[in-house]
Design a protein around this ligand. Structure first.
Ligand code: GLN
Length: 490
């Protein structure tokens, strides 16, 4: 059964047994993008020539009978904040509309060295701020399960492409939930590993102490294969340790009888009824697999969201200083002095949420506010870290919903900005603590929209959550994975 679930293994089998050549496979994906991308808006750039050239190399290797590397010949898309040498990397902002990086992000470098097939760059919320993919400068992305709804964000182009099989997998980035939330909305697997396990070199930073690159795929096994291939220590990112505990794939099928799964009551507050029903059904599945549910009380978790916004705005403010129209970014034509040049360049090129966050960051870091907000947030961050440490003394992993609701309608306007920010309430704590978390499909709501369940582990304990996620997927795959009648039929 597991062979059928892993798309990577399935593709490798097709290539090795010569049922399809890599060039044919790549053309299939490119044709599907051609046919469906107008409707879905997953891609903002298609790199067909690059993809076909890489496919040719794979075919030569197959002809020679050489072994294929883990990501060799697998069609992938990258979120548009991951640097690709010679290919526009815009963060879907007018600010970087014409920016072409002169170097590769390490994760893309690894994939490229394995002859991975880059199909193109995926749409995202501007500078990875948002949860709907609607703040992109380029186009609207839709949810393949219901075109009137959003795919989530900020990695919404990735979740859409993977869910509709316009790519076999994607790499997204997650600062406060941007891999897991769109994965949950689109019914796929989204994995944010431990901070520092996959290199951030070449990722256009939103908040450097929270950002993490990770896989978005259709199965837990694929997420594990991709994670194992990319979690390599990187000199170019001083915070990158690689995968300190060795490959995760060998742990996937371990018996979870006796595993302790923590259920913090704070994560269950205020979530939609269909979502909580699915979570409780998932708990029953785990109990039937022999896991023990441990109720947890983690009151400090409620501070995660407010401090997230203080940290994210402060770090974005600092990271975005270079986007001034001189060092990087859009240049205005209308100015009479230097100050006007900076302010008009930014005014013309940045979207509303980006401006709001830069201004908040400026405020939070100015004068006495620095002590009052920023330093206090750092202290509370420590407390949240300790809260998790304590929790992991009582349990192996923590279970919650990924998002309190399912995919919302396009152009949905929440009552106020705070309500929009609330979608991140379950995902943000793992970024604050730097620990790994995965979202996997666990059911559907009354509109037949996917619901995601989140499993959180202690630092560098990716194997434990992948193992628990895999076991759940094995037990429920047929029920929870809704196939979509678009994209490539393998
Ligand atoms: N939705 C969150 C935000 O807007 C998460 C962003 C992210 O993870 N990149 O900040």
């Amino acid at each position: 059964m597991s062979e059928n679930i892993s798309k990577i293994k399935q593709i490798h089998k097709l290539l090795k047994t010569k049922q399809i050549s890599c060039k044919e496979l790549t053309s299939k994906y490119l044709d599907a993008i051609d046919k469906y991308n107008n409707t879905l808006g997953a891609y903002i750039k298609v790199t067909d020539e690059l993809a076909l050239n890489a496919a040719e190399k794979v075919d030569e290797k197959v002809k020679k009978g050489s072994e294929l590397l883990p990501l060799e010949g697998i069609p992938v898309t990258l979120k548009d904040n991951i640097s690709t040498n010679g290919i526009e990397t815009t963060c879907c902002s007018k600010m970087l509309e014409n920016y072409i990086p002169p170097f590769d992000a390490t994760c893309w470098d690894i994939i490229k060295s394995q002859n991975g097939i880059l199909l193109g760059k995926a749409n995202m919320d501007e500078f990875a701020m948002g949860c709907s993919c609607e703040t992109s400068r380029f186009c609207k992305t839709s949810n393949p399960h219901d075109l009137s709804r959003v795919p989530g964000g900020s990695s919404g182009g990735c979740s859409c492409a993977v869910s509709a099989n316009l790519a076999a997998y994607a790499l997204g980035s997650d600062t406060g939930g941007s891999i897991r939330q769109p994965a949950s909305f689109c019914g796929i697997v989204g994995f944010k590993p431990t901070y520092g396990s996959i290199s951030r070199y070449g990722l256009l930073a939103l908040a450097s102490s929270l950002d993490q690159i990770g896989p978005m795929a259709t199965s837990v096994e694929d997420a594990s294969i991709i994670y194992d291939a990319l979690s390599i220590k990187d000199e170019k990112d001083s915070t990158c340790f690689g995968n300190v505990n060795g490959p995760t794939q060998i742990h996937l099928n371990k018996d979870i009888n006796g595993m302790k799964i923590g259920l913090p009551k704070q994560y269950l507050e205020g979530i939609n009824k269909d979502v909580s029903d699915s979570i409780f059904k998932a708990i029953k599945v785990y109990e039937s697999l022999g896991a023990k549910i441990v109720p947890l009380d983690m009151p400090d978790i409620k501070y995660s969201l407010p401090i997230y916004y203080i940290l994210v705005c402060s770090e974005a403010f600092s990271n975005f200083a270079r986007l001034d129209g001189i060092r990087y970014g859009h240049r205005t034509n209308s100015y009479t002095n230097l100050e006007e040049f900076f302010s008009n360049s930014r005014e013309e090129a940045l979207g509303e949420d980006v401006k709001r966050r830069i201004l908040l960051g400026t405020y939070v870091l100015s004068g006495k506010n620095y002590e009052h907000y920023y330093k206090k947030a750092l202290k509370i961050r420590e407390t949240i870290f300790e809260t998790f440490e304590k929790a992991f003394k009582e349990c192996d992993i923590i279970l919650s919903s990924t998002v309190p609701q399912t995919a919302f309608l396009h152009n949905f306007k929440p009552e106020d900005q705070m309500e929009a920010y609330m979608t991140d309430i379950c995902t943000v704590p793992a970024n604050i603590a730097g620990i790994p978390a995965i979202s996997i499909p666990c059911g559907t709501d009354s509109n037949n929209l996917p619901i995601g369940m989140q499993l959180i582990g202690n630092s560098f304990c990716e194997s434990k959550i992948l193992n628990a996620a895999y076991k759940f997927e094995q037990a429920t795959f047929a029920k929870n994975h809704k196939s979509i009648n678009m994209g490539v039929n393998l």
